[in-house]
Design a binder for this molecule. Structure first.
Ligand code: FMN
Length: 238
Protein backbone atom coordinates (compact mmCIF):
# COMPACT_ATOMS: atom_id res chain seq x y z
CA UNK A 1 0.00 0.00 0.00
CA UNK A 2 2.70 2.47 0.98
CA UNK A 3 6.37 2.36 1.79
CA UNK A 4 6.28 1.29 5.39
CA UNK A 5 8.59 2.93 7.84
CA UNK A 6 10.65 6.01 7.23
CA UNK A 7 12.37 6.52 3.90
CA UNK A 8 15.81 7.92 4.61
CA UNK A 9 16.38 11.18 2.82
CA UNK A 10 18.74 10.13 0.04
CA UNK A 11 19.78 13.65 -0.84
CA UNK A 12 21.89 13.69 2.34
CA UNK A 13 24.86 12.61 0.21
CA UNK A 14 24.22 15.52 -2.12
CA UNK A 15 24.13 17.84 0.90
CA UNK A 16 27.44 16.45 2.16
CA UNK A 17 29.05 16.88 -1.26
CA UNK A 18 27.74 20.44 -1.34
CA UNK A 19 29.18 21.06 2.13
CA UNK A 20 32.58 19.72 1.09
CA UNK A 21 32.66 22.03 -1.90
CA UNK A 22 31.15 25.17 -0.43
CA UNK A 23 31.39 24.70 3.35
CA UNK A 24 28.50 24.53 5.80
CA UNK A 25 26.33 27.60 5.20
CA UNK A 26 25.24 27.54 8.84
CA UNK A 27 28.83 28.07 9.95
CA UNK A 28 29.63 31.03 7.73
CA UNK A 29 30.87 34.23 9.25
CA UNK A 30 27.64 36.12 10.11
CA UNK A 31 29.19 39.36 8.81
CA UNK A 32 29.37 37.86 5.35
CA UNK A 33 25.58 38.02 5.03
CA UNK A 34 24.77 40.66 7.59
CA UNK A 35 22.21 43.24 6.58
CA UNK A 36 23.67 46.47 5.44
CA UNK A 37 24.27 46.98 1.75
CA UNK A 38 21.05 47.88 0.01
CA UNK A 39 18.84 46.04 2.47
CA UNK A 40 18.71 48.65 5.23
CA UNK A 41 14.94 48.49 5.58
CA UNK A 42 15.32 44.91 6.84
CA UNK A 43 17.02 43.63 9.97
CA UNK A 44 18.42 40.28 11.09
CA UNK A 45 15.94 38.29 13.12
CA UNK A 46 15.71 34.73 14.39
CA UNK A 47 11.99 33.92 14.72
CA UNK A 48 11.33 30.93 17.00
CA UNK A 49 9.02 29.48 14.35
CA UNK A 50 8.86 30.01 10.57
CA UNK A 51 5.10 29.52 10.24
CA UNK A 52 4.53 32.09 7.51
CA UNK A 53 0.84 31.33 7.08
CA UNK A 54 -0.72 28.09 5.88
CA UNK A 55 -4.26 26.72 6.24
CA UNK A 56 -5.23 24.74 9.32
CA UNK A 57 -6.06 21.10 8.54
CA UNK A 58 -7.73 18.62 10.88
CA UNK A 59 -6.25 15.18 10.23
CA UNK A 60 -8.34 12.19 11.18
CA UNK A 61 -6.63 8.82 11.41
CA UNK A 62 -7.11 5.39 12.97
CA UNK A 63 -4.89 3.22 15.12
CA UNK A 64 -4.56 -0.54 14.65
CA UNK A 65 -7.57 -1.16 16.89
CA UNK A 66 -9.72 1.26 14.88
CA UNK A 67 -9.74 4.10 17.43
CA UNK A 68 -10.15 7.51 15.81
CA UNK A 69 -7.81 10.43 16.38
CA UNK A 70 -8.23 14.03 15.21
CA UNK A 71 -5.42 16.59 15.25
CA UNK A 72 -4.88 20.11 13.98
CA UNK A 73 -1.85 20.75 11.83
CA UNK A 74 -0.81 23.40 9.35
CA UNK A 75 2.47 22.35 7.71
CA UNK A 76 0.59 21.03 4.70
CA UNK A 77 0.44 21.78 1.00
CA UNK A 78 -0.54 20.13 -2.25
CA UNK A 79 1.33 19.09 -5.38
CA UNK A 80 -1.33 18.03 -7.83
CA UNK A 81 -3.33 15.36 -6.01
CA UNK A 82 -0.49 14.65 -3.58
CA UNK A 83 -0.37 16.32 -0.19
CA UNK A 84 2.83 16.87 1.75
CA UNK A 85 2.54 17.04 5.53
CA UNK A 86 5.17 18.00 8.10
CA UNK A 87 4.38 15.89 11.16
CA UNK A 88 5.95 15.53 14.56
CA UNK A 89 6.96 11.96 15.38
CA UNK A 90 5.92 12.57 18.99
CA UNK A 91 2.21 12.65 18.13
CA UNK A 92 -0.47 9.98 17.81
CA UNK A 93 -1.21 11.06 14.23
CA UNK A 94 2.27 10.05 13.08
CA UNK A 95 1.91 6.72 14.89
CA UNK A 96 -1.47 6.08 13.23
CA UNK A 97 -0.34 7.04 9.73
CA UNK A 98 2.68 4.79 10.08
CA UNK A 99 0.49 1.89 11.24
CA UNK A 100 -2.67 2.18 9.15
CA UNK A 101 -1.72 4.46 6.24
CA UNK A 102 -5.01 6.28 5.72
CA UNK A 103 -6.22 9.76 6.67
CA UNK A 104 -8.72 12.45 5.98
CA UNK A 105 -7.76 16.10 5.68
CA UNK A 106 -10.51 18.41 6.85
CA UNK A 107 -10.17 22.14 6.25
CA UNK A 108 -11.95 24.29 8.84
CA UNK A 109 -13.14 27.78 7.98
CA UNK A 110 -13.12 30.82 10.27
CA UNK A 111 -16.27 29.64 12.12
CA UNK A 112 -14.41 26.63 13.51
CA UNK A 113 -11.65 28.49 15.34
CA UNK A 114 -13.06 27.54 18.76
CA UNK A 115 -13.03 23.82 17.89
CA UNK A 116 -9.47 24.09 16.55
CA UNK A 117 -8.21 25.75 19.72
CA UNK A 118 -10.08 23.18 21.84
CA UNK A 119 -8.15 20.46 19.98
CA UNK A 120 -4.84 22.33 20.20
CA UNK A 121 -3.72 21.20 23.71
CA UNK A 122 -4.91 17.60 23.26
CA UNK A 123 -3.09 14.46 22.20
CA UNK A 124 -4.31 10.99 21.40
CA UNK A 125 -1.13 9.57 22.98
CA UNK A 126 -1.61 7.87 26.31
CA UNK A 127 0.49 8.47 28.33
CA UNK A 128 1.28 12.00 27.13
CA UNK A 129 4.92 12.07 25.88
CA UNK A 130 7.28 13.75 28.40
CA UNK A 131 8.11 16.58 25.97
CA UNK A 132 4.39 17.56 25.94
CA UNK A 133 3.44 16.72 29.53
CA UNK A 134 3.42 20.31 30.81
CA UNK A 135 0.95 21.72 28.25
CA UNK A 136 -1.02 18.83 26.73
CA UNK A 137 -3.51 16.29 28.02
CA UNK A 138 -4.65 12.94 26.69
CA UNK A 139 -8.11 12.87 25.12
CA UNK A 140 -9.68 9.66 23.78
CA UNK A 141 -12.63 11.34 22.02
CA UNK A 142 -11.41 14.51 20.35
CA UNK A 143 -14.50 14.83 18.12
CA UNK A 144 -16.71 15.07 21.20
CA UNK A 145 -14.27 17.34 23.04
CA UNK A 146 -14.25 19.82 20.13
CA UNK A 147 -18.00 19.51 19.44
CA UNK A 148 -17.37 18.09 15.95
CA UNK A 149 -19.21 15.33 14.09
CA UNK A 150 -17.55 12.28 12.54
CA UNK A 151 -19.15 11.08 9.30
CA UNK A 152 -18.12 8.06 7.21
CA UNK A 153 -15.67 8.46 4.36
CA UNK A 154 -16.43 6.80 1.03
CA UNK A 155 -13.08 5.16 0.35
CA UNK A 156 -10.78 5.27 3.40
CA UNK A 157 -11.57 4.16 6.94
CA UNK A 158 -10.89 7.34 9.02
CA UNK A 159 -13.99 9.57 9.22
CA UNK A 160 -14.55 13.03 7.78
CA UNK A 161 -15.29 16.10 9.91
CA UNK A 162 -18.83 17.08 8.92
CA UNK A 163 -18.45 20.74 9.94
CA UNK A 164 -15.40 21.34 7.69
CA UNK A 165 -16.42 22.80 4.30
CA UNK A 166 -13.62 21.01 2.43
CA UNK A 167 -12.72 17.40 3.21
CA UNK A 168 -10.28 15.05 1.50
CA UNK A 169 -9.76 11.32 1.76
CA UNK A 170 -6.14 10.27 1.32
CA UNK A 171 -3.76 7.32 1.41
CA UNK A 172 -0.18 7.53 2.68
CA UNK A 173 2.40 6.82 -0.02
CA UNK A 174 5.62 7.33 1.90
CA UNK A 175 7.07 8.81 5.04
CA UNK A 176 10.37 10.62 4.61
CA UNK A 177 13.01 11.41 7.21
CA UNK A 178 14.33 14.96 7.52
CA UNK A 179 17.99 15.57 6.86
CA UNK A 180 18.31 17.20 10.25
CA UNK A 181 17.93 14.17 12.47
CA UNK A 182 17.72 16.25 15.64
CA UNK A 183 14.26 17.48 14.54
CA UNK A 184 11.62 14.93 15.62
CA UNK A 185 9.49 15.28 12.51
CA UNK A 186 8.86 13.56 9.20
CA UNK A 187 7.45 14.45 5.82
CA UNK A 188 4.38 12.42 4.94
CA UNK A 189 3.42 12.13 1.28
CA UNK A 190 -0.20 11.11 0.69
CA UNK A 191 -2.40 10.82 -2.39
CA UNK A 192 -5.88 12.33 -2.29
CA UNK A 193 -8.44 9.78 -3.49
CA UNK A 194 -11.63 11.79 -2.99
CA UNK A 195 -12.61 15.41 -2.29
CA UNK A 196 -15.87 16.57 -0.69
CA UNK A 197 -16.89 20.22 -0.62
CA UNK A 198 -19.87 22.12 0.77
CA UNK A 199 -22.36 22.58 -2.05
CA UNK A 200 -22.27 26.36 -1.68
CA UNK A 201 -18.51 26.36 -2.44
CA UNK A 202 -18.71 24.32 -5.62
CA UNK A 203 -18.74 26.26 -8.90
CA UNK A 204 -18.82 23.12 -11.06
CA UNK A 205 -17.39 19.60 -10.83
CA UNK A 206 -13.85 20.86 -11.38
CA UNK A 207 -13.77 24.13 -9.46
CA UNK A 208 -14.12 25.37 -5.89
CA UNK A 209 -15.22 29.00 -5.61
CA UNK A 210 -12.10 30.77 -4.27
CA UNK A 211 -14.13 33.88 -3.47
CA UNK A 212 -16.41 31.98 -1.08
CA UNK A 213 -13.79 29.65 0.45
CA UNK A 214 -12.32 31.24 3.57
CA UNK A 215 -9.67 28.95 5.07
CA UNK A 216 -8.44 29.40 8.60
CA UNK A 217 -4.82 30.51 8.25
CA UNK A 218 -2.18 29.79 10.93
CA UNK A 219 0.47 32.48 10.81
CA UNK A 220 3.24 32.75 13.41
CA UNK A 221 0.90 31.00 15.90
CA UNK A 222 -2.00 33.40 15.32
CA UNK A 223 -5.17 32.67 13.36
CA UNK A 224 -6.47 34.69 10.40
CA UNK A 225 -8.86 34.25 7.54
CA UNK A 226 -8.43 35.63 4.03
CA UNK A 227 -9.12 39.25 3.16
CA UNK A 228 -10.38 40.70 -0.09
CA UNK A 229 -9.42 39.19 -3.43
CA UNK A 230 -6.54 41.06 -5.08
CA UNK A 231 -6.46 39.37 -8.46
CA UNK A 232 -6.16 36.00 -10.11
CA UNK A 233 -3.52 33.83 -11.76
CA UNK A 234 -3.15 33.83 -15.53
CA UNK A 235 -3.96 30.10 -15.29
CA UNK A 236 -7.28 30.57 -13.47
CA UNK A 237 -10.24 28.94 -15.22
CA UNK A 238 -12.90 30.73 -13.19
C1 FMN B 1 -3.05 25.42 14.34
C2 FMN B 1 -2.13 24.29 14.67
C3 FMN B 1 -1.21 23.86 13.74
C4 FMN B 1 -0.37 22.78 14.02
N1 FMN B 1 0.48 22.35 13.05
C5 FMN B 1 1.17 21.20 13.24
C6 FMN B 1 1.93 20.65 12.20
O1 FMN B 1 1.97 21.17 11.07
N2 FMN B 1 2.60 19.48 12.44
C7 FMN B 1 2.54 18.85 13.66
O2 FMN B 1 3.15 17.80 13.83
N3 FMN B 1 1.85 19.38 14.69
C8 FMN B 1 1.14 20.52 14.50
N4 FMN B 1 0.40 21.04 15.53
C9 FMN B 1 0.48 20.42 16.86
C10 FMN B 1 -0.40 19.18 17.03
O3 FMN B 1 -1.76 19.48 16.82
C11 FMN B 1 -0.22 18.66 18.47
O4 FMN B 1 1.09 18.21 18.63
C12 FMN B 1 -1.20 17.59 18.85
O5 FMN B 1 -1.02 17.27 20.21
C13 FMN B 1 -1.05 16.33 18.02
O6 FMN B 1 -2.04 15.43 18.43
P1 FMN B 1 -1.84 13.86 18.38
O7 FMN B 1 -0.69 13.53 19.27
O8 FMN B 1 -3.13 13.31 18.89
O9 FMN B 1 -1.57 13.55 16.95
C14 FMN B 1 -0.43 22.13 15.29
C15 FMN B 1 -1.35 22.60 16.23
C16 FMN B 1 -2.20 23.65 15.93
C17 FMN B 1 -3.20 24.09 16.97
Amino acid sequence: MYQQGIVKADHRNTMNAHKEEYGDFRKRDPDEYSTGSGNEDHMDVKPNVLYFGTPVVLISSLDKEGNVNLSPMSSAWALGYNVILGLSTVGKTYENLNETGELTLNFPDRDLLKSVETLAPLTGKNPVPPSKADRYRYESDKFKAADLTAVSSDIVHPPLVKECPIQMEAVVKSIHALCQEEVSAVIVEATVVKVHASKNLVLDNEHIDPVKWKPLIYSFRHYFSLGEQLGKSFKSET
